[in-house]
Design a protein around this ligand. Structure first.
Ligand SMILES: [Zn+2]
Length: 98
C-alpha cells in the first residue's frame, strides 16, 4: 500500500454523472461545456459580450455547467457539480433556477 498522501495507482479523475436520458455514466463519456451563463441581450455593449465569452468565476463549490454526452446520446444538458469534491447534484436538460 502506498504511503498516505501519494497518488500512486491513480490514473485520473473519475466520477459519475447522471445523463438525463442514459443514466449514470463515467465522466470520461462526457465533454465539459463550461459554466452556465446568461447570454447578453442583442445589442449589448462590448464589455457585456467580453464578460460572457471570457470571464469565468471558477467557483470553489457548486457550479452549474453544460455537459455533452459524447459517448452516449450526444445531447447537451446541465448539471450541478461541487468543484471541490466532484459530487454531482441536480441534472436536467436545462435546470430551473433555485
Ligand atoms: Zn446520454
Amino acid at each position: 500500500m502506498p504511503p498516505a498522501g501519494t497518488c500512486e495507482g491513480l490514473t485520473g479523475v473519475s466520477f459519475l454523472i447522471g445523463c438525463p436520458l442514459c443514466g449514470e455514466r463515467d465522466v470520461a463519456e462526457f465533454r465539459y461545456g463550461g459554466e452556465v451563463l446568461a447570454r447578453p441581450a442583442p445589442g449589448s455593449d462590448v464589455a457585456a459580450w467580453s464578460g460572457y465569452l471570457y470571464a469565468r468565476r471558477n467557483v470553489a463549490g457548486v457550479e452549474r455547467a453544460w455537459w455533452f454526452h459524447r459517448s452516449g446520446c450526444r445531447r447537451w444538458f446541465q448539471a450541478e457539480r461541487d468543484t471541490r469534491t466532484n459530487a454531482v447534484g441536480r441534472v436536467d436538460w436545462r435546470l430551473a433556477d433555485g
